[in-house]
Design a protein around this ligand. Structure first.
Ligand SMILES: Cc1cc2nc3c(=O)[nH]c(=O)nc-3n(C[C@H](O)[C@H](O)[C@H](O)COP(=O)(O)OP(=O)(O)OC[C@H]3O[C@@H](n4cnc5c(N)ncnc54)[C@H](O)[C@@H]3O)c2cc1C
Length: 556
């Protein structure tokens, strides 16, 4: 048991590090702080570890990156010990894995569960952070690492009359721990993003009747999940470095192990003849999963390249669904392919043709309001016993905007970001010294396991590089401006900005239209991190600090 485990939260002692969140990123942050001999405490709103894999326990929830890739690489003993039972592990198995990591490295004693952080304020006089919990307790820390997730705050749109609905209400992002029985029930599902796509076939099998209320169609690809192949497991474990190296070369940190080892992606979709390109797409389709993100260099930047995949997907929908009306409804209309997150499916399209399933087109029959017995769409009432919401997330910035984060001089992050997210390397910003975040706003579009390891290593590197070990790490205003401009110019050059997807905040009323995610690829991202560590002119020096204190004094 750590000596800190039973220390009162309001202990006068200043901790080296406070971590917020105990998902993939928070666990690794605690692991490293502990390894470094730093005093650390993590706070987690949930009752246990896992983050997204703790909260989203709805039936059908599973990763759509292969288990071998969706796992930490920092410990070969861990890699060798853990064996995934399926190609794409389900939520219970991912949750078990993260619990295993927590026990194996003895992290639990450092985490306070069921505790939400409400405020994070910089105390300029003391040069420490004061972190306040929802229990009214406070701790001080020299460094704070926010690991609060980019998919951790549910988007819950307002529905008229919902409070009068007498049936059961379920949320995919906060699913009950005990099994839910749908037998004999008339179930409605609102939301057809990745979670809705996973839920649909299972609800259809279990319920008497399922109504899927669709506002926007989504491209789905067959996941082709299956029990893990023992031979392949042996091969990967025999030399895991091959898999990890292929991931490292990939812009997104996953290759989908489509072939092992996966060759790097170097070609434009337009460089091939129609026939050759089709062979590549068919091959990917038959392999299963999200490997389309790892196919050609320009699918997300060149509309003509993107259209080649769009045509292929549209053809596949028509081939999978015999009813032309349903096929038409399942075909996305406006979004460039891949800009709305591709969803890995297990019989989603086919399920829509089951006799006990109705796909309701909300464009033709908009939702009006709930009644005590069901949901009125268009001019009819759909009777329901249970309504399931899979309405997505306040992506990227949701968790930050729900905390009161204040930096130097009491400035508020919420005010500093009214015109948009402004960061340096998607992990810190000017005015908030020694406040870092991992997998938070403007983090790289990258495998979350590897991202946690990489970004935490950068936090250590920047802290270790200080001239004075008690000094603070804070990017200059100029460094933030330059990084933000690079970040946004890359985002603007992609097709993401052409669509109305959750990446650009289109699902949340009143949100800035921006992509809080770095899309330049991991190799470019790591070059910038290396440059920052080498040339520390991007960080505020003691000299800067004195000058700005003097300027503030003059202004005051
Ligand atoms: C349904 C679903 C499926 C997904 N599937 C995939 C997939 O297939 N592949 C993939 O790469 N990624 C997937 N993701 C993304 C997922 O977010 C990552 O896989 C990964 O779990 C992120 O880990 P994290 O630690 O950064 O954040 P999270 O797992 O979101 O953890 C953040 C934690 O911080 C806590 N927290 C937030 N604010 C506070 C606060 N103020 N005080 C205290 N605690 C707080 C939350 O309770 C949460 O437990 C999926 C996400 C969801 C929701």
């Amino acid at each position: 048991m750590s000596p800190l485990a039973d220390a009162p939260l309001s202990a006068p002692r200043t901790l080296d590090v406070v971590v917020v969140g105990a998902g993939v990123s928070g666990l690794y942050s605690v692991f490293r702080a502990k390894k470094r001999g730093w005093s650390v405490r993590a706070f987690e709103a949930g009752q246990s570890v896992g983050g997204a894999w703790y909260w989203n326990r709805y039936p059908g929830c599973r990763v759509d990156i292969e288990g071998f890739e969706f796992s930490y690489s920092f410990s070969d003993e861990l890699q060798q010990h853990w064996t995934w039972s399926e190609r794409y592990p389900g939520q219970p198995e991912v949750e078990r894995y993260l619990n295993h990591v927590c026990e194996r490295f003895d992290l639990r004693p450092h985490i306070s569960f069921g505790t939400r952080i409400e405020a994070v304020h910089f105390d300029e006089a003391d040069r420490t952070w004061v972190v306040r919990t929802d229990r009214g307790e406070s701790v001080r820390a020299r460094t704070v690492i926010l690991c609060t997730g980019i998919y951790s705050v549910a988007n819950r749109p307002h529905f008229e009359g919902l409070d009068q609905f007498e049936g059961r209400k379920l949320y995919s992002s906060n699913w009950p721990k005990e099994p839910v029985d749908f037998a004999g029930q008339r179930v409605g599902l609102i939301g057809t993003g990745a979670s809705g796509v996973q839920l649909t076939p299972i609800l259809a099998q279990q319920a008497q009747h399922l109504s899927v209320f669709q506002r926007t169609a989504v491209y789905t690809v067959p996941l082709r999940n299956r029990p893990a192949d023992e031979q392949r497991t042996r091969e990967i474990k025999a030399d895991y470095t091959v898999t990890r190296e292929a991931q490292r070369q990939s812009p997104t940190g996953f290759t989908h192990l489509h072939s092992h080892p996966a060759p790097p992606v170097t070609q434009s979709a337009l460089a091939l003849s129609d026939e050759e390109r089709r062979r590549v797409y068919e091959d990917r389709w038959n392999s299963g999963g999200l490997c389309f993100y790892y196919t050609f260099t320009d699918l997300l930047t060149d509309p003509d390249a993107n259209r080649t995949l769009e045509e292929f997907f549209k053809e596949k929908i028509r081939a999978r669904v015999s009813n032309p009306r349903i096929a038409e409804l399942l075909t996305p209309r406006a979004e460039p392919v891949l800009t709305k997150r591709l969803a890995g499916d297990t019989g989603y399209c086919e399920t829509m043709e089951r006799p006990n399933v109705e796909l309701v087109d909300l464009k033709a029959e908009p939702i009006r309001h709930f009644t005590p017995k069901g949901l009125v769409v268009g001019d009819r009432e759909v009777p329901l016993d249970t309504i399931v919401f899979a309405t997505g997330f306040d992506f990227g910035t949701g968790a930050f905007s729900r905390m009161d984060i204040r930096g130097r001089g009491g400035r508020r992050l919420a005010d500093d970001w009214t015109q948009g997210v402004r960061t340096f390397l998607g992990m810190m910003t000017h005015g908030y010294p020694n406040l870092f975040w991992v997998a938070g706003p403007s983090c790289p579009f990258y495998n979350p396991m590897l991202n946690a390891q990489y970004q935490v290593a950068q936090v250590e590197r920047f802290l270790d590089g200080r001239e004075d070990p008690d000094g603070l790490v804070e990017p200059t205003e100029k460094a933030v401006a330059e990084w933000t401009s690079l970040h946004n110019s890359i985002a603007d050059a992609t097709l993401f900005m052409k669509g109305d997807n959750y990446f650009v905040g289109a699902n949340v009323k009143g949100k800035n239209r921006e992509i809080p995610m770095f899309l330049g690829g991991f190799p470019m991202y790591s070059e910038h991190c290396d440059a920052a560590a080498r040339d520390r002119s991007c960080f505020v020096t003691k000299e800067h600090e004195r000058e700005s204190a003097a300027a503030e004094g003059r202004a005051g």
